[in-house]
Design a protein around this ligand. Structure first.
Ligand code: ADP
Ligand code: ZN
Length: 215
């Protein structure tokens, strides 16, 4: 199964992708460009050093850097079983790059799940989001508080707030998203691969809708 999750920041792409990737009949890797970038920033790699200033401002990391990163990821053997791609493509140029990269491996995208969410929900979710420093699990100050304040329910590691989850940066990310998304929606609609779901509701409800779609 080769799936793209598309949608605004805060729609729940990462949350859904993590659960789905582990629970498909044949488990597949969750490829999150945001996670890969954050890991690179943490490790201070050349890519991370270059990407950091864009990420902190809520801007897209340049396409050329992203293309290199993605093709390196798709060299790994694990994606041959399929993948759930989260955070890429974010504009039309990236969609075309993706197509080039995977067609070299003789594969195609099966479908694109467009998780649509309203602005007020997005801001509310992201401004209260807490992320596990080790396993990446997501929590929320109000909606999904961890059992022990400041620590992950799954692995016990400390939780942190992403530096781009400040209201000002969230607004910038949304602005960037809105500017680019129409082209992407068009592109995948034309290929008859786009399925839109309302992602404002409860995460479990959305998950079940995605599973129904896959079936
Ligand atoms: P969100 O979708 O909630 O904004 P991500 O974790 O997917 O969060 O991305 C965080 C940041 O990483 C983005 O704001 C952007 O700077 C960078 N990024 C991630 N994926 C891409 C991409 N495909 N192209 C350019 N920049 C990206
Ligand atoms: Zn954890």
């Amino acid at each position: 199964m080769r799936i793209i999750l598309l949608g605004p920041p805060g729609a729940g792409k990462g949350t859904q992708a993590k659960v789905l990737a582990e629970n498909l009949r044949v488990p597949v890797p969750h490829v999150s460009t945001g996670d890969i970038l954050r890991q690179n920033v943490k490790d201070s790699t050349a890519l991370g050093v270059e990407a950091k200033s864009f990420m902190e401002r809520g801007l897209l990391v340049p396409d050329e850097l992203m293309a290199r990163m993605l093709s390196e990821r798709f060299v790994k053997e694990d994606v041959s079983q399929g993948f759930i791609l989260d955070g890429y493509p974010r504009n039309l140029a990236q969609a075309k790059t993706l197509e080039e990269i995977i067609s070299q491996r003789g594969i195609n995208i099966d479908f694109v799940v467009y998780l649509d969410s309203s602005e007020s929900v997005i801001i509310q979710r992201l401004s209260g989001r807490l992320v596990c420093s080790k396993c990446g699990a997501n929590f929320h100050i109000k909606n999904l508080p961890p059992k022990k304040e400041g620590f992950c329910d799954r692995c016990g590691s400390s939780l942190y707030q992403r530096s781009d989850d400040k209201v000002e940066t969230i607004k910038k990310r949304l602005e960037v998203y809105k500017k680019e998304v129409a082209d992407l929606i068009d592109y995948y609609k034309k290929q008859d691969k786009l399925y839109r779901l309302d992602a404002d509701g409860d995460a479990n409800v959305v998950l079940n809708q995605i599973i129904a779609l896959i079936k």
